[in-house]
Design a protein around this ligand. Structure first.
Ligand SMILES: Cc1cc2nc3c(=O)[nH]c(=O)nc-3n(C[C@H](O)[C@H](O)[C@H](O)COP(=O)(O)O)c2cc1C
Length: 216
């Protein structure tokens, strides 16, 4: 079995666990296939295609697309461990969670892995618009407020929002280059989503972003 096939079968196995409604067994981490170093269209062509979409197919994303997307979003692009998006004061504040039918997963860039956070489908809770419940992926950008020392709560939200915005634009451009649909979202019940995700009190949701194949 190739690594890609193995990952694919792990993903579908986790999906089976979720759809069978079995009592909340926490699946193990998923090692994503390596992000593809080449491909896509030119940056200029992607900029021409970048747009927000609100109509999604329910088709799940492939492990390779998930891998490439998360790497583009905030993956490691240098031996120093730094990322594809700039971030405030070189302090790593942002976590990306992937809410899918098979649960909520934390993206772990160092190992390029998805770590199970919750085994249930919370997609409907990631936003106030109907499409979020059935689109295959909702990214949730969560900030660690406790890592932002010496700044006011207002500035914490400001800097974390800028971090999230850069990540969001990476996602927009990756999606444009691959013919995927996406929309960055503030229409979120922030307190409700933080509760659903069992976030510690110092962590907060900045924005969410839906990704999927366009509805045909
Ligand atoms: C900070 C921010 C919050 C947004 N929130 C939402 C949202 O909650 N729901 C939504 O459908 N679009 C949302 N959008 C997308 C904008 O509506 C969209 O980018 C804008 O209408 C321009 O359209 P375009 O992205 O297709 O160029 C948001 C965009 C930004 C930058």
């Amino acid at each position: 079995m190739t690594r890609r096939q193995a990952t694919s079968s792990i993903l579908s196995g986790a999906a089976l666990i979720a759809t069978a409604g079995t009592a909340a067994a926490q699946p193990g981490p998923i090692k994503l296939p390596p992000p593809r170093p080449e491909g896509g269209i030119s940056l200029t062509a992607a900029l021409k295609l970048r747009r927000s979409s609100r109509a999604y197919s329910q088709r799940p994303l492939t492990p390779q697309i998930l891998s490439d997307l998360l790497w583009a979003a905030f993956g490691i692009n240098r031996p120093s461990g730094d990322r594809t998006a700039p971030y405030w004061r070189h302090v790593m504040v942002m976590d990306i969670y992937a809410a899918m039918a098979n649960g909520v997963w934390l993206y772990e860039p160092k190992l390029h892995m998805l770590v199970s956070h919750l085994p249930n489908d919370i997609r409907a809770k990631t936003g106030l618009q109907d499409f979020v419940a059935t689109a295959p992926l909702n990214l949730v950008y969560v900030a660690h407020g406790e890592r932002m020392t010496d700044v006011s709560p207002e500035d914490r939200r400001l800097y974390a929002s800028v971090d999230a915005g850069f990540i969001g634009q990476n996602v927009y451009l990756y999606c444009a280059s691959q013919g995927l649909a996406t929309v960055f979202r503030a229409a979120v019940d922030y307190a409700g989503l933080a509760k659903t995700m069992n976030l510690p009190s110092q962590q907060f949701v900045t924005f969410a972003q839906t990704v999927g194949y366009p509805a045909s």
